[in-house]
Design a protein around this ligand. Structure first.
Ligand code: PMP
Length: 309
């Protein structure tokens, strides 16, 4: 396999190839109808151990396999095989830095007609290097989007489907072109859902509050991680309940979380400062713990880090 080394590598049609060789036809069902399902998984380079630690790999693979049922996708690889492919991609890439692994199950048949039934699916996967996706120190200035979050009965937000990212793209672009860093989606009923590609937590009265799993959100692995760390390691109460738009303006602290976003404090919403406009105490505690956990530095949570070497 001749390619840039270290460099991005792909798994495509059952083989490991340089990314530039992993190409699909313009007639591919997923390309025409958005019928792809993907994951975004981070690997952190641990300098002391000279190893890459993949964060919560089985949880990501499990989410994708479960969600594949909704789109009636059947592939020859099982969860264990997908985990192995992810590990192998890291090794083949030769990266010794932060990486991002993107497995995709997609309707690979070249057929016409928007249906999920009887259309063959395949797995492909690629790896790239990745540093920060958004700022995690200064605090983000965000805006409530004029685009509503998709609803579970339209294009299920529970699925990390390729087609659903039109919704995210529209909200993020609107926010950025108006001079904000990020967007917050409201649902059709006006309550808060999440960011364009990240979940959201607010701190009020010492409690962490986040929208529930049936509030048209993607149920983030990082969201679940934050909930567990808050409850188990920091003894902070976590409440899952609908959040009204105006609660965002009056809360004490606000932050985004996601594989890409990690734990990213929000400084302002619609030009109203959150708290004093600096990273809040609880956000900072959770963020510090999160960064230590993903680097494999907290023995209790080392179980979430899969060593590549
Ligand atoms: N919501 C959306 C819409 C996302 O795209 C993501 C990123 N995958 C998240 C939330 C966070 O999910 P996770 O923590 O699993 O990366």
């Amino acid at each position: 396999m001749a390619a840039m080394h270290p460099g991005p590598v792909a798994y495509f049609n059952g083989k490991f190839v340089p990314v530039e060789e992993a190409k699909i036809s313009i007639m591919t069902h997923a390309f025409n109808y958005g019928t792809g399902l993907f994951e975004g998984i981070r690997g952190y380079y641990n300098v002391e151990e000279d190893n890459i630690l993949i964060f919560r790999l089985p949880e990501h693979v499990d989410r994708m396999m479960r969600n594949a049922k909704v789109l009636c996708m059947d592939i020859p690889e099982d969860g264990a095989a997908i985990e192995e492919i992810c590990l192998e991609l890291v090794k083949k890439s030769g990266f010794k830095e932060g990486v991002y692994i993107r497995p995709i199950i997609y309707k690979s048949e070249q057929s016409l007609g928007p249906t999920v039934l009887g259309v063959a699916s395949s797995l492909c996967c690629y790896i790239i290097k990745l540093g920060d996706y958004c700022d995690t120190e200064k605090g983000l200035d965000v805006a409530v989007s004029s685009w509503r979050r998709l609803s579970d009965n339209a294009i299920p937000t529970r699925l990390k489907s390729t087609g659903s990212y039109i919704n995210s793209s529209l909200s993020a672009s609107e926010a950025k072109s108006a001079g904000f860093h990020e967007a917050i989606f409201l649902r059709e009923d006006g309550t808060v859902a999440e960011g364009s590609a990240m979940n959201l937590f607010m701190v009020h009265g010492g409690k962490l509050i986040t929208p529930p799993v049936n509030a048209d959100i993607l149920v983030g692995i990082t969201r679940n991680t934050v909930i567990e760390l808050a409850r188990e390691a920091l003894g902070i109460e976590v409440v899952e309940r609908p959040i009204a738009r105006t609660e965002l303006y009056i809360c004490d602290e606000l932050f985004f979380c996601g594989t890409g976003a990690q734990v990213a404090p929000v400084r302002s919403v619609d030009r109203r400062l959150i708290g004093k406009g600096t990273t809040g105490v609880i956000t900072k505690k959770l963020q510090d713990l999160y960064f230590n956990v993903v680097q494999g530095k907290v023995p209790e949570y080392r179980k979430w880090c899969r060593e590549v070497y």
